[in-house]
Each structure stands twice: as structure tokens, then as C-alpha cells.
Design a protein around this ligand. Structure first.
Ligand code: ZN
Length: 428
């Protein structure tokens, strides 16, 4: 068995031209989000690729023009052997016309050992390598004992949670690998939740009434919601400072858990006292926290801040958390993901990395967020492991080292094979 997989792994170098072609093909599909709603063709391609490899394919619209694709390859001895989900997003970061790319971002360029193009690093490289590994296994006539599921999802770049939709549709496995850019580190992640804090006056007042609500003898109990929002912002800064002092997580700089007042909207026009003000915040939290917990901490604290102000006590702030899309709802959630370094699959992946690449596997945390958290939230053990680095993700002339793509493809090939050949009933 070991010999068979070793000779397959050798094929990755020999057939690198095909692998590079596959990645070029994926880059040519223009799938930036925003604007999104443009992945139909790319997903159709992945769907037929998987069908050719013997997968049963499920393709359904999350939004019109943005379908998810999930392929399942039933294992020969499903009930006794470990199952795996490989997950990646087909959408790529947006491109602005003013960006000084060498060439069109969707016309891949191969030179000096790298592939340049939007999505090379984040994360069509990860998708291409995994698909190519599946192709090599298929062509060798290897029948995997455990189930293998391949998910190509939409909307990751705009918080649209194509992966959540897969979990809700009932897809699960003993382990999920998110092949997003991690520079071949095995990673967990912190989480992100966005929220809106709204202050609203029950009355609307003319600008000329201001003197009556702020000066002695005016006898008008009112306030500008814009001015009151400054107290809320101050309260958020106090809490953020407290978090940075009191909370920490290995692998993160202290104070990574920030509360960003990202957008503020308020007031009608200059002839009115601002009767409504809304603050959009972005909250980063650690892998061992949940978005529900941090949202509750913020609400509890801000409600107490409001209790200390006479007008806010009578007009308490309102909170709306998360959302299913930055485009449709102006809100998103990325749950956190903790990686257990002693989980059988993580140990197998470390072993595959070390055997194949002859250097130590690194288990750490991602400085950003991926869809990995949705598996954690669904109770599916998971990790992030993919080619490409964050310096390249979303950047001008985004590129991926061909050597790293080859390394990744070899490791994922071995991992699919070994994990699928791991008997569920035999312990460590
Ligand atoms: Zn990504």
C-alpha cells in the first residue's frame, strides 16, 4: 500500500504541466466577490470534473448565479473507515480597475516559478491541487475505503457562508480540511462577527429646538443620537482595552481581539436633531470563544454604559448581530475554529506532511478567517491546510509558488489516501 501511494506521489512532479493547466483554467473563470453571482460556469466545470472521477454531485443555487457544488465519492467500506470533507471556495477577492496588474488578473501568467492571477493563492491553488490528487487516485484505479466529499462553495470573500449551507444540507464527515491559504501550516482560527448598534429617538425634533434640550430651563427631554453614540464608542473602547489586557491565545499578538467601529450612519440633514444613529462594528475574537459569547459580553457592557446616561437609560441601544452576506445584509459571521493537535486526523496530516516534505509540520493559528469555523460550529473536527500565503491573498499580482503547489498536492494526495485507509474501530 505504501509503495503504491509513493509512486503516485512521484507522478505529481512528472505531470505538473497538467496541474498548472488546471489551476490556469480555474483562474480564467472570473469569479470575484463582489460583485459575485458569477460562479455558475466555474462550478459547472468542477461539477463535471467530479462526475468524471465517479462522484455523485449535488449542485444547488445559494443565490442566482452562485451555486454550491458538493461531490460525494462513496467509500468501499464506508462504515468502518474514516470519512473526509475537502472544502474550498471558488469566489476570489474583488479587483479594482485601477490596480496595476502586470496583465489582466484573470489571464494567468506562469513565469519564474510562480503562477500569477487573481485567486492563485486564495484559493484556486488549493482547489486545483486537491482536484488533481483526486484525479491521480482515480486514474490509478484506487478505491478508497472511506467516504470522500469535495465541496466547492461560493461567497466566502463576502461572508456568504456557502460552507454553512453545506453543513445545513446535512453534509458531514469524521474530519474536514479547508484548503484555503495557510502557507502549508495546519491552522485553526479566531472568529469574526459584525454587528449594528442603533440609537433611536422616539421623537423627531427641528434643529432649532437644540437649545431647549441642552440648556437650563429648556424643559425638553431629548438628545442627538450622534452625540450619544460617542458614549457607546467610548464604552466599546473600554471593553476592547479590557479584553486586550485580560484575554490571550497562543499564537496571537496580545490585543488581536479588537472591536472596530467600522461605519457610522446618522442624522437626516442639517435642519434636524439626529434622531437615529447606527454604528457598524467588526469584532475579532479568539479560537476558544464563540460569537454568541462575545456578542453577549458587548451587549451586557454597553447596556450598563447606557444605564449611566439619563437619556440612554430611557432610549436603550438596540443590537443586531451577524448576517448572511456583506452584499445583501451588511453583516457576516465567521465562527472560530480550534484545532486539536492530538486529533487522529491532525496527527495523520502532520505525518503525511513530514513524510512527504521531510520537514516538520507546523500547527498554529491563521491571522485571518476562513470557512473553517463553520465545521467547528457544526461539530465536525477540522483544520485549515493549503498552499499560498496571506501576503498574496487579495493582492495585486497575486501569485503562488509552483513548488509549493506541488508540495501541497503531494501531501493532500497522501493524506486523502491514508485517512481514508484509517479504520474507525482501531484506536491509537
Ligand atoms: Zn480564501
Amino acid at each position: 500500500m505504501a509503495q503504491k501511494i509513493d509512486s503516485l506521489i512521484e507522478l505529481v512532479d512528472h505531470r505538473q504541466g497538467e496541474l498548472i493547466n488546471l489551476l490556469e483554467k480555474l483562474i480564467r473563470f472570473k469569479t470575484p466577490a463582489p460583485p459575485a453571482r458569477n460562479t455558475e460556469e466555474a462550478q459547472q466545470f468542477i461539477s463535471s470534473f467530479l462526475k468524471q472521477m465517479g462522484f455523485e454531485v449535488d449542485k444547488w443555487d445559494i443565490y442566482p448565479g452562485d451555486p454550491n457544488v458538493v461531490g460525494v465519492l462513496k467509500g468501499a467500506e464506508s462504515s468502518d473507515y474514516q470519512s473526509l470533507i475537502i472544502n474550498g471556495h471558488i469566489d476570489v477577492a474583488e479587483v479594482h480597475e485601477s490596480e496595476p496588474w502586470e496583465k489582466d488578473p484573470f489571464t494567468p501568467v506562469v513565469k519564474d516559478g510562480v503562477i500569477i492571477g487573481r485567486g492563485a493563492s486564495d484559493m484556486k491553488g488549493g482547489l486545483a491541487g486537491a482536484l488533481f490528487a483526486i484525479k491521480l487516485l482515480h486514474e490509478a484505479g484506487i478505491q478508497l475505503p472511506g467516504d470522500l466529499t469535495f465541496q466547492s462553495v461560493i461567497g466566502e470573500e463576502v461572508g456568504e457562508a456557502g460552507t454553512l449551507a453545506c453543513c445545513q444540507r446535512g453534509y458531514k464527515a469524521d474530519f474536514a480540511l479547508v484548503v484555503d491559504s495557510s502557507d502549508l501550516h495546519i491552522q485553526g482560527q479566531g472568529g469574526v462577527i459584525t454587528g449594528w448598534i442603533t440609537l433611536k429617538s422616539t421623537q423627531t425634533y427641528h434643529d432649532a429646538t437644540r437649545k431647549r434640550m441642552i440648556h437650563a430651563g429648556g424643559k425638553l427631554f431629548g438628545a442627538s443620537t450622534i452625540e450619544k453614540m460617542t458614549k457607546i464608542i467610548q464604552g466599546l473602547q473600554d471593553l476592547e482595552r479590557h479584553w486586550s489586557v485580560m484575554k490571550s491565545y497562543p499564537g496571537y499578538d496580545p490585543g488581536t481581539n479588537t472591536i472596530n467601529p467600522a461605519v457610522i450612519e446618522g442624522g437626516r440633514h442639517a435642519a434636524f436633531i439626529a434622531d437615529e444613529c447606527r454604528l457598524w462594528i467588526t469584532v475579532h475574537f479568539y479560537p476558544n470563544e464563540t460569537h454568541e459569547e462575545v456578542a453577549k459580553e458587548i451587549e451586557d457592557h454597553i447596556r450598563k454604559v447606557a444605564e449611566g446616561d439619563i437619556w440612554l437609560r430611557a432610549n436603550p441601544p438596540m443590537f443586531e448581530w451577524g448576517g448572511t452576506s456583506m452584499i445583501e445584509e451588511r453583516g457576516e459571521i465567521f465562527p472560530s475554529l480550534e484545532v486539536d493537535p492530538n486529533h487522529k486526523a491532525v496527527k495523520t496530516l502532520m505525518h503525511c506532511h513530514e513524510t512527504t516534505l521531510k520537514h516538520e509540520a507546523i500547527v498554529d493559528v491563521s491571522p485571518t478567517v476562513t470557512d473553517g469555523g463553520w465545521f467547528g460550529a457544526a461539530g465536525i473536527p477540522a483544520a485549515i491546510y493549503g498552499p499560498g500565503d496571506l501576503g498574496n491573498a487579495h493582492s495585486v499580482n497575486e501569485q503562488l509558488s509552483i513548488n509549493q503547489l506541488l508540495d501541497y498536492t503531494k501531501v493532500i494526495l497522501r493524506f486523502i489516501y491514508e485517512w481514508s485507509h484509517t479504520n474507525k474501530n482501531i484506536g491509537e
